[in-house]
Unconditional design. Sequence first.
Length: 157
Amino acid sequence: MFREMRRIKQQISAEECVRVLKEEKRGVLAVHGDDGYPYAVPVNFIYDDKNHSIYFHCAKEGHKLDSILKNDKVCFTVHDNGYQKEDWSYYVTSVIVFGRASVMEEGEEKYNICYRFGSKYYPDKEGVDFEMQKAYSRVNMVCIKIEHMTGKLVHEK
């Protein structure tokens, strides 16, 4: 169903893919947008090992949410900042995920995921608590159940 990587020598392990998903803070969500156009938008996210899922938040209405509700098949891409060795060129690791997105139902699980999300981005518990109290009621949490994941290390030369 999913294509294998063409540049197989650059492929990284599933464990390395998970490392990138855990460490990086932003990725690009691609959905089937309006009138057949793709719609790709940068989002903050968390990766959950236990559920092998990616979570992000969105508003209760908008293009992203409408697109997911219309077609739940999504692609999510993340890359690190790369590193240099001895010359000007960079080594960059990227991960591409294909999966199905769904809006989480209200309840304890959604609250806990949202709290973990805030903990990744806010410097202290007080900041997370403040934002949760202020904005939680206006937030949807979306879960991407990962169906296929690949990653690669590219030497950009």
